[in-house]
Design a protein. Sequence first.
Length: 161
Amino acid sequence: MFKLSKKVTAAAAIAVVLAGIGGISWYQSAYADQQTATPGSTDDPIVTKSYVDQKLAEIQGGGTATAPAASSKLEVVNVPIGKKLMVDAGGEVIVRNGKALAYSTDANGLSDVTDGIDLTSGKAIATNHLILFPRAGRGIEPDPKQKYGLTVLVRGNYSLQ
């Protein structure tokens, strides 16, 4: 009789485990079928193509969906020997022709985005490198050892001094 009791206990334990597994499986499948939001509701709104286009334009344009400012285009500028090209904060320059030197009124310099280095005042600027001007009071000048000036592409406000 004692052996029968062990068999019954083992069968009951197996039945309880199987029932638990079946209950968990049923609960998970029922939960997976549940919809969290109805399309078109406040939780899952339907948007129009024009709304999506407007938001994409704002993200890509860095603000509103208006036309970019006129200073966002590149302008070809010739810098003669003895002059400095001073660029406002946020401006960009690419030296296309000639040997250029960095100019800065303080200890900090220009950002050479192509090489990922800081160019302090007096350092040579490689041609075809994108140079970023983080603050006003900085610029570039032709190397005095050369005969001719510079040809550069400028984006942003600048002045020749």
